[in-house]
Design a protein around this ligand. Structure first.
Ligand code: TGC
Ligand code: FAD
Length: 394
């Protein structure tokens, strides 16, 4: 298969700045040279390729839209989105690792943490010297995190955390966890606060989620919090907005996912298009058959629509006008779009499409997680329904 050169049917390149294109091309080359050769094996071995962690740090992708003052790249949100797109062209697990680190760990520390939290953690997280995870979901509170039962109680000299979190990306690799816990008993009206928890704190433990059939090259873990004693300084002082503050983190991550899903779809289309030109059946390339041309035309249309969505969303985020509901629309549409494109690409590849030597089925399986996490497709439908009608159907 030819080296990936991008899919750009509507000449979006002419709308990106030179710097944005340069950042995208750098990450694109990194994925081609460093991720593609190893990702199939990592997937089969069910291991996150840890050797990439410092290299991604050198590339400056962790928290890339956060300020240089804390060791981050200080890029705009379109550049950040393009980074997510290119990383997920490699694998959703690589994008997940980077987006959890940046949007769900570095962002809350930056937005709600103390200056000590920022200076202690952000530079290390930016290089990949430290790894972070984000614990919101619980076994019985997935789509409805507001019901969480993990509690934080105030003690004479700090906090005591008890409970558990489920489905936590990077959970077993992390040095630091952002844990959201209930504080209603303290008379805290909003009732949920965020804690910066070093994972070597006694009482903190994690275990790998076994039996996954999706996102295999990613660490997904359960976290147990049993009498975890923390100093007073562990609470993020600005995390006083209740559920609103973890949801603000989700908006950052969903934004990145909407770009990432386009990358996964582009990878599948690229593979399907080249295969269609090379695979001969009935004495001719299958790409010359009308059915496969319809399939390819549908894929290209979906990808182009997804690209236009993220481009506009990114510009609105940079202008400061983007709303969480606009992010919901893009996450919902693009995760769905990519899931469908990956499935069609896999089908075009015939039997070869189920092999790990090809990429489409790996993306197809991964995208089922992308469709589910950060708010399922259904939850984003209800968010949009609420925005349209003013009526909550949750
Ligand atoms: P609700 O009453 O609607 O909202 C509470 C407060 O939050 C505000 N708000 C938001 N603010 C910023 N961004 C958003 N996206 C927001 N959504 C809501 C809202 O205005 C309100 O503010 P205020 O001032 O009135 O307090 O809350 P609710 O309990 O009814 O829940 C709403 C719902 C269902 C939409 C929310 O719970 C939800 O989004 N559920 C889905 C859960 C989810 O997405 N979990 C993701 C976990 S992390 C993850 O999956 C990581 S995977 C990452 C990877 O590997 O890439
Ligand atoms: P449920 O909420 O039980 O939903 C089950 C079904 O019911 C879904 O189809 C859903 O759409 C539907 N449903 C739910 N509510 C309604 C309703 N009101 N009306 C109609 N239908 C409804 N979480 C973290 O905190 N941190 C992480 O790092 C993280 N990483 C993840 C990584 C992976 C690979 C996966 C798969 C998940 C991860 N999650 C993480 C959790 C993820 O956010 C949740 O799985 C997701 O929010 C859905 O919750 P649930 O799985 O409990 O499904």
């Amino acid at each position: 298969m030819a080296r990936f050169e991008g899919i750009d049917f509507y000449d979006l390149d002419s709308l990106f700045t030179e710097e944005e294109r340069m950042i995208r091309d750098t990450v694109r080359a990194f994925v081609e040279d460093r991720v593609m050769p190893i990702i199939g094996e990592a997937y089969i071995e069910r291991k996150f390729p840890k050797q990439l962690i410092p290299e991604l740090g050198e590339l400056g992708v962790y928290g890339a839209n956060l300020p240089e003052k804390y060791g981050c790249a200080g890029l705009n949100n379109v550049s950040y989105g393009l980074i997510m797109q290119e990383l997920e062209r490699g694998d959703s697990g690589i994008r997940s690792f980077v987006s959890v680190q940046g949007a769900l760990v570095m962002y809350p520390i930056f937005a709600f943490g103390s200056e000590e939290h920022r200076t202690e953690w952000l530079p290390k997280l930016a290089t990949g010297e430290a790894i972070g995870c984000f614990g919101l979901t619980e076994p019985d509170y997935g789509s409805d995190p507001g019901g969480m039962i993990t509690t934080a109680k105030q003690t004479s000299d700090g906090w005591l955390l008890n409970g558990g979190k489920m489905w936590i990306t990077n959970g077993s690799m992390a040095d630091v966890a952002i844990i959201w816990a209930q504080t209603r008993e303290l008379g805290d009206v909003k009732g949920i606060r965020g804690f910066v928890v070093p994972t070597n704190t006694p009482g903190f433990s994690s275990r790998d989620q076994k039996g996954k059939l999706s996102l295999l090259a990613s660490d997904t873990s359960e976290i147990v919090l049993q009498d975890v004693e923390l100093p007073e300084s562990a609470v993020m002082p600005e995390s006083t907005g209740g559920l609103k503050h973890p949801l603000m983190c989700l908006t950052q991550a969903r934004y990145g996912i909407s770009w990432g899903a386009v990358g996964a779809a582009m990878a599948c289309f690229h593979e399907a298009l080249s295969y269609s030109k090379e695979r001969l059946m009935f004495g001719a390339p299958i790409g010359g058959k009308q059915i496969q041309q319809v399939r390819l035309a549908d894929m290209l249309t979906s990808i182009t629509t997804g690209q236009l969505l993220t481009y506009r969303l990114g510009r609105m985020k940079d202008e400061g006008t983007m709303t969480p509901q606009q992010v919901s629309l893009a996450k919902r549409a693009n995760a769905d779009m990519a899931t469908n494109v990956a499935r069609e690409a896999r089908r075009l590849l015939g039997a070869n499409g189920i092999l790990v030597e090809y990429n489409s089925m790996r993306h197809m399986a991964n995208l089922e997680s992308v469709y589910t996490y950060e708010g399922t497709h259904d939850i984003h439908s209800l968010i949009l329904g609420q925005k349209l009608t003013g009526l909550s159907a949750f």
